[in-house]
Design a protein around this ligand. Structure first.
Ligand code: CO
Length: 504
């Protein structure tokens, strides 16, 4: 046993203990915490974050990593752990305490201003705070260092290895291929989806959501589901993964696809190797790969015809007053209705990527200083007109809709689209490797697909970078073609569009 590596492992596990304890407090804050506890809780979380930052930047860790970097007795996985920890360690060391304190103060002011601005639909409340925050983000790019484009430094925090060059190539395809395809299908007759917005009682929705998670083989001995204002997944180890959902009695979609989406994130967390706890090899690869797991279950499986061929009868039985006279084909068409809309989080599977494209383009312009914060509302509205062909009535439903920028999360949005593109590419590969996958999905057998994801993706943790993992699993790096093929085949059929005109 290599004693340096053991010391490193022990150090990383203790660091994980602190981080997961903090995550548990944050989960509780969203789910159960009484309202008066906000100040005390903020303090507790901040103390733990301080301890974690200290522990992740100690000289002791630095010298262990330097020694282990030159240790050729380590196996490939151990070497990958050291490499990844060193990368994060070096980045952490670039921040001065003064910078961290200023950033955290600015973010908290910016978040408060955003909340008020959104409530009053008044961008001018947000503007000076966002200007200050962006100034700091640009400074952060310089601190971290980058090649080619400052935005690369920020991308690297969420999607290590992703660059403006690769994203530009992907989003050019979104703009050149997906936009005209959406124009084509939205000019055809929109399927009826009104039945989704009838009254669906909370009492019946909740157990149905749990059932969906059971179907997907979510392990309730290693996790649980609760209700929160915004659905999310968090975990404190592979043996304790929490998902949350929300119930809207006038829109059944929120609960059903919220559960399946978070369930997909959770299956990834439950499938990470528990014996690698605290090490990169025990963590998810990146936000993009994480999102690929949720989108694959939500869309490729959970919005597919085979899935509902098996599950629809039961849903219909639960809500006969709403679905009694809707057959499975009409249900399938309705849940896949495509319609350009204002709000990203409730967008359909296709127009969603136009919302992301707009944010990506704006973020690059803001970070490089080519656009000023004061120009944002106008730019936002003109982009919505250009790509989604809609008019934005006010800033609350426009540029103020997302929380991300107020948190300082620039470089985050693209990972949502990467998730869907990876999902399509992985799902295509799963279909090639699992004979009869569609028939399995149509008979309620989801274990073979889960096992495939476990073996090919989950067990590796962060041993591979996202682009390496994608190549290892599918034989090539991310390629928009697979998402586009999936989209044109599926929506071409639903909308009976003439897909022969579409060149992929
Ligand atoms: Co997600």
């Amino acid at each position: 046993m290599n004693s340096n590596y053991e010391q490193y492992r022990e150090h990383m596990q203790q660091l994980a203990d602190i981080n997961y304890a903090s995550a548990l407090l944050q989960w509780d804050q969203e789910v159960y915490m009484p309202v008066n506890s906000a100040a005390a809780r903020a303090r507790q979380i901040s103390t733990l974050s301080g301890l974690a930052h200290e522990k992740s930047t100690t000289e002791k860790l630095g010298s262990l990593l330097t020694t282990l970097e030159k240790d050729h007795s380590l196996n490939a996985k151990e070497q990958a752990n050291i490499r990844e920890t060193m990368r994060v360690y070096k980045d952490q060391k670039k921040y001065t305490t003064a910078f961290v304190v200023e950033m955290s103060k600015t973010v908290s002011q910016c978040f408060d201003a955003w909340q008020e601005a959104r409530k009053k639909s008044d961008f001018s409340i947000y503007r000076p705070r966002l200007e200050k925050l962006l100034e700091l983000k640009r400074k952060e790019c310089e601190l971290l260092g980058y090649n080619d484009h400052p935005y690369n430094a920020l991308l690297n925090q969420f999607e290590p290895g992703a660059t403006v060059a690769t994203l530009d190539a992907l989003f050019n395809e979104v703009s050149n291929k997906l936009v005209p395809f959406i124009d084509e299908i939205t000019s055809a007759k929109k399927p009826d989806s009104g039945f989704l917005f009838r009254h669906y009682s909370r009492e019946k929705q909740w157990p149905y959501g749990l059932e969906l998670l059971k179907l997907m083989h979510f392990d309730f001995d290693a996790g649980r589901q609760d209700i929160s204002a915004h659905p999310f997944t968090t975990s404190f180890s592979a043996t304790d993964v929490r998902v949350t959902t929300r119930i809207n009695e006038n829109d059944i979609r929120e609960m059903i696809w919220g559960c399946i989406h978070e369930g997909g994130h959770a299956l990834y967390e439950q499938g990470l190797p528990d014996e690698e706890y605290g090490l990169p090899s025990g963590e998810a690869v990146s936000l993009g790969i994480h999102e690929s797991q949720s989108r694959l279950w939500e869309n490729n499986v959970g919005r597919s015809l085979p899935f509902w061929k098996f599950n629809y009868k039961h849903l219909q039985h639960l809500f006969p007053e709403n679905l009694g006279n809707i057959d499975v084909e009409s249900f399938y068409a309705g849940i896949n209705a495509v319609e350009p809309s204002l709000i990203r989080t409730s967008a359909d599977e296709l127009t969603y990527h136009l919302h992301v494209l707009i944010r990506y383009e704006i973020e690059k312009l803001l970070i490089s200083g080519k656009v000023q914060v004061k120009e944002l509302p106008e730019l936002w509205n003109s982009q919505y007109k250009k790509y989604l062909r809609i008019d934005v009535p006010n800033d609350a439903q426009g540029v103020l809709q997302d929380v991300h920028w107020s948190h300082g999360s620039f470089g985050y949005f693209p990972t949502y689209s990467l998730g869907s593109f990876y999902a399509a590419q992985f799902f295509r590969q799963a279909k090639i490797e699992i004979a009869g996958l569609d028939e399995m999905l149509a008979s309620g057998e989801y274990k073979p697909l889960l096992d495939w994801l476990r073996t090919n993706i989950h067990v590796h943790g962060k041993t591979y970078r996202a682009h390496e993992l994608c190549k290892k699993v599918t034989g090539e790096e991310i390629n928009f073609r697979y998402f586009f093929e999936y989209a044109t085949a599926k929506y071409g059929r639903i909308y009976q569009a003439d897909t022969t005109k579409i060149v992929s």
